[in-house]
Design a protein. Sequence first.
Length: 134
Amino acid sequence: MTNRKPVGTSWQSWIDIHIATAQQNGEFNNLEGAGKPLQNLDGPRDEMWWIKEKMANENLDMTPATLRIRQKTEKWLATFYLLYSEAEVRLQANKLNDTIVKVNNTDLGPLLPQNLLDVEVLCKKWRQHNQKCA
């Protein structure tokens, strides 16, 4: 492929020649997304579609740390009964408390501090739950 358009050749025909050559060489075969429908043609128009797609493809999360720690705490509180020992409950609760302290001390995101977990109360609940199950 030449980098410059030859003198006397129109832009349209020069481009058409390059496209035809690429098609003959199979450079358009097996392109990513070939044969797949275009996204969001029927839905409402979203001006931020490309940012959302980029974040999803790169597994990026812009949720503020204060909200992420709240979500993580809620999930942990819903499942800590399944831990195999009281020592593990203490260990994980203390680690989560350390993370909560770090996140609560940041200046980024909304000011929604997460309360620290009461490890003793959690251990008591864990013991009561596991006595019922035993």
